[in-house]
Design a protein around this ligand. Structure first.
Ligand SMILES: [Zn+2]
Length: 271
């Protein structure tokens, strides 16, 4: 609770009026019961084994405890909402939805961090880093986009988090593939009724650009996709990181409002 309070203090000082706390679902033991072994379908034994190791290193938290702490912070008047970041698990999103239906979440972020058993944005795992060199960038982007489309179509989550995360290491395909992927990402969001997250995390990565790219944000705007903002802070000094920069890109794209969530219902708030 003290940790939550100090994050809130820092956010408030930076002009942020509400924070969604969004721990990753896969870190909770309750997810293990529903999802363990999802990586078995990947034909690459090295990636399967790396994912199994990563999964076990990361898990161990208790979802009930997390929910209790956030609800207590809310009840104490801190400006927080109960969120969760849910990764895409092909063929298992109904199980995920059933598990989460028992909790009073305000907002569920949907994200693609894994393509098959490949944690493409995790270069700290050697097998994951090496996999970038064995594949064509065009194919990686198309596979990522397809996963994002399936995630959106599953209807499990409310917000597409860091929608073009696949650019994390700065490897981008040629213009025609890039444009096609952006168009498909924006259509997936619009069709599903989800919001898209505008996050400063990409500015701290080799991509050196906020998620989404300005051209993708323009496409979201054109299709009427509402947006949220995030710093994706995994530590306190990243709370509200570069929020003035995000405001700038939102204004440039023509947005004058953001989307907030209460009990998984969206409402519009002035930018
Ligand atoms: Zn994420």
């Amino acid at each position: 609770m003290e940790q939550v309070a100090s994050y809130c203090e820092r956010a408030t000082a930076a002009g942020v009026t509400e924070i969604a706390l969004t721990e990753h679902l896969f870190r909770f033991d309750q997810a293990d019961g529903v999802l363990r072994g999802w990586w078995d379908a990947d034909p690459d034994a090295g990636l399967r084994s790396a994912m199994a190791t990563y999964w076990d290193e990361e898990r161990g938290a208790d979802l009930d405890h997390y929910v209790e702490v956030v609800l207590a912070a809310k009840a104490a008047g801190l400006p927080v909402v109960l969120g969760l970041e849910v990764d895409f698990y092909r063929g298992r999103m109904d199980d995920v939805a059933r598990l989460l239906a028992g909790y009073p979440f305000d907002v569920l972020l949907g994200s693609v961090h894994w393509l098959g058993a490949w944690g493409f944005d995790n270069w700290e795992v050697a097998a994951f880093a090496a996999a970038w060199d064995g594949r064509a960038v065009e194919n990686i982007w198309c596979t990522y986009t397809e996963a994002l489309e399936e995630l959106a179509a599953s209807g499990t989550c409310d917000v597409l988090a860091h929608p073009d995360l696949v650019k994390v290491y700065g490897r981008r395909p040629g213009a025609s593939t890039l444009d096609e992927c952006h168009a498909r990402m924006a259509e997936a969001a619009a069709r599903s009724g989800m919001a898209a997250e505008v996050s400063s995390a990409g500015l701290r990565k080799p991509a050196a650009e906020e998620y989404p790219a300005p051209s993708l944000l323009a496409e979201f705007k054109r299709l009427g996709v509402p947006v949220t903002t995030a710093s994706d802070a995994h530590r306190i000094d990243h709370v509200a990181d570069r929020s003035p920069d995000l405001r700038g890109v939102l204004v440039a794209a023509g947005y004058d409002s953001l989307c907030a969530f209460d009990g998984r219902t969206a409402k519009s708030v002035a930018l």
